[in-house]
Design a protein around this ligand. Structure first.
Ligand code: GLC
Length: 478
């Protein structure tokens, strides 16, 4: 099958969050399946162009029409394939739109990504490349299924579209004049683009795509309700028949305690006790915490944003400090949370450490060193770090929502099943209850050992999710 994937970011080229990880792991796994031919389209951002390690060759250029504008587009192809089955990677070049320091956060983001979606379709036509399936991701590529239906059907007759939602909070809202001034769609699409008097690109993609997917089974159910949908519940409910949830995998070759170069000591499930102990002692030294092998080390590695459930952690923090524990927070974000954790670490220097920065090496060392991983997210489309934590033998404590519910079945001490500790309703006392249960089991070495082994041995690779995407693609092709 010819599969084209289109995204605004992908590791290792340009990544700001989980979407970037998914766009490395999923295309690679799909490309490994015999009979597949996978292409990935990305913007040629400044940071990719300037990265000497990424060599791309010029293929062609063409003009892209956006309403009254006609903009240049250059098409580049990644030169060096590292493995035989790697996807072909194309970059869309335009200095004016992508020659900037950041990825997102510009006033004209709407125009930049409408341009990108249209340029990718023009590139397919120019390449004489007719994919069977085009998979697009989040609002930045939401215009692609819309443009395809409205203007490219004759040129790309075979292409079915899948629109994948990773984050429903960002929908690509624009002023009503965006329709005439930028999009340049046929008049009949005015209603498709309209939502509450504005333009909403994600809403239009949900209407136009042949299938809509999201990144976990539970989240696919949740977003039909107002609490989760940020206004899109109505449109998702009326298009529920094309909505599927496929839980993400993680890149098991990147997140592997056996080979991760950031660790002071590598380990597998065979020798995890010695390995984790060495990493724990090292991190306690590195962060200036007392070196105490027996004290449970709890960690949270996250953007410090409200929906990650930080208010719950703030709520239980003082109670936690009364226990024999250590707590390490790694991440940056909202000022109120940074202040809170900075204050906590100052008040309890023996027990709490606030690492208010973005540091991938430290993240790896913490996954390896910690005993318990906290993730009380208010909502979570999938979440990847709970899976990374489990691969490193760190037991998750999570709110049972979205992908957290699908990837962390609750521990049943009687039966000896489950992978972590969960709570069901978003409040601090229930979170505290789950933390307490995890600490209790931590002090029962046999049960704890069995739990860590289950966590480390669970298959979180992209293999199964990629097969589910293939099933979806095949259903679309009928
Ligand atoms: C977004 C979601 C996260 C998900 C990731 C990859 O960042 O918030 O839950 O894991 O996308 O799909």
């Amino acid at each position: 099958m010819r599969i084209a994937m289109v995204a605004s970011e992908a590791a290792p080229f340009a990544k700001s969050g989980g979407l970037g990880d998914v766009m490395l792991g999923l295309p690679s796994e799909l490309a490994r399946i015999p009979g597949n031919e996978v292409c990935l389209f990305l913007p040629y951002y400044k940071r990719i162009k300037e990265n000497a390690a990424i060599e791309a060759e010029f293929c062609m250029d063409f003009r892209v029409k956006l309403s009254w504008r006609e903009q240049y587009a250059g098409l580049f192809r990644l030169k060096r394939k590292v493995t035989k089955n790697q996807p072909t990677v194309y970059f869309i070049d335009n200095e004016y739109y992508f020659g900037r320091d950041g990825l997102y956060g510009y006033l004209d983001d709407g125009e930049r990504y409408a341009y990108f979606a249209k340029a990718v379709l023009d590139a397919m036509v120019a390449l004489n490349y007719s994919p069977d399936v085009i998979q697009t991701n989040d609002w930045q590529t939401a215009m692609l299924p819309v443009y395809l239906n409205a203007m490219y059907r004759a040129k790309l007759p075979e292409a079915k579209t899948v629109f994948t939602i990773h984050n429903i909070e960002y929908q690509g809202w624009a002023n009503p004049d965006f329709f005439d001034n930028v999009l340049g769609l046929p008049e009949s699409y005015r209603g498709t683009m309209d939502m509450s008097g504005g333009v909403n690109m994600m809403k239009a993609a949900i209407e136009c795509a042949d299938a809509v997917s999201t990144v976990s089974e539970t989240y696919a159910q949740e977003i039909r309700y107002p609490y989760y949908a940020h206004g899109l519940d109505g449109i998702l409910s009326s298009h529920w028949y094309k909505l599927t949830g496929i839980t993400n995998g993680v890149d098991v070759s990147v997140f592997d305690p056996e080979t991760d170069k950031a660790l002071v000591s590598n380990y597998s499930v065979e020798n995890y006790k010695a390995g984790k102990a060495a990493n724990k002692a090292a991190i306690q030294r590195e962060l200036g915490l007392p070196v105490k092998p027996e004290t449970p080390l709890l960690t949270m590695i996250t953007r410090l944003a409200g929906h990650k459930g930080l208010d719950l952690l703030c709520y239980v923090a003082r109670r936690l400090m009364e226990e024999d524990v250590q707590l390490v927070i790694l991440g940056t974000g909202e000022q109120r949370f940074e202040n809170f954790f900075r204050g906590l670490a100052a008040e309890f220097p023996e027990k709490a450490s606030a690492q208010l920065k973005f540091d991938l090496g430290l993240a790896s060392r913490l996954y390896a060193a910690a005993d318990i991983y906290l993730m009380p997210s208010k909502s979570e489309p999938c979440g990847l770090s709970q899976m990374n934590a489990m691969r490193y033998g760190t037991v998750p404590v999570v709110n049972a929502t979205g992908g957290l519910k699908d990837t962390v079945p609750p521990v049943d001490p009687e039966k000896g099943t489950g992978l972590g500790f969960t709570f069901q309703s978003y409040n601090g006392d229930d979170f505290w209850g789950a933390i307490t249960r995890s600490l209790e089991m931590y002090h029962q070495p046999e049960a704890w050992d069995a739990l860590i082994r289950r966590d480390m041995e669970t298959d979180f690779s992209w293999k199964k999710p990629a097969e589910k995407y293939m099933d979806l693609f095949r259903r679309l092709k009928g």
